[in-house]
Design a protein around this ligand. Structure first.
Ligand SMILES: [Zn+2]
Length: 116
């Protein structure tokens, strides 16, 4: 069965075309680039800022790979720290990474699944 088996614009042809598009999109290789460096302000979704995790929309590269940038905020803290940063949007405490530089530790947003 293919969309052209049905009348143009019919429910059946549109449903088949939609299913084909979803299959093609779903079978493409995907790359997510997760960074703690904010992207330029103009790429931010409306109503957000650089203190909350966000994902830019998927974009198809010339090679047919789907690519998107994800921003994960974080900050350096001197240990021991009494103030663990929290996400200003959902209130989740940042998570301390295991790697340290001297007495400096990186704390990163731990609420990616809530915002992305
Ligand atoms: Zn959050």
């Amino acid at each position: 069965m293919k969309p052209s088996d049905f009348a143009i614009g019919s429910l059946e042809s549109r449903a088949l075309a939609r299913m084909q598009a979803q299959h093609i999109r779903g079978s493409k290789r995907r790359i997510e680039i997760i960074s703690n460096v904010p992207r330029p302000q103009h790429t931010l979704p409306p109503g957000t800022n650089h203190s909350v995790p966000y994902a830019e929309p998927w974009q198809e590269t010339q090679g047919g790979v789907l690519l998107r940038h994800i921003y994960r905020p974080g900050e350096w803290k001197t240990l021991p720290t009494e103030t663990v940063p929290v996400c200003p949007d959902c209130g989740t405490s940042f998570r301390q990474r295991k790697e340290q530089i001297g007495d400096l530790a990186w704390f990163e947003a731990d609420c990616m699944d809530r915002h992305i």
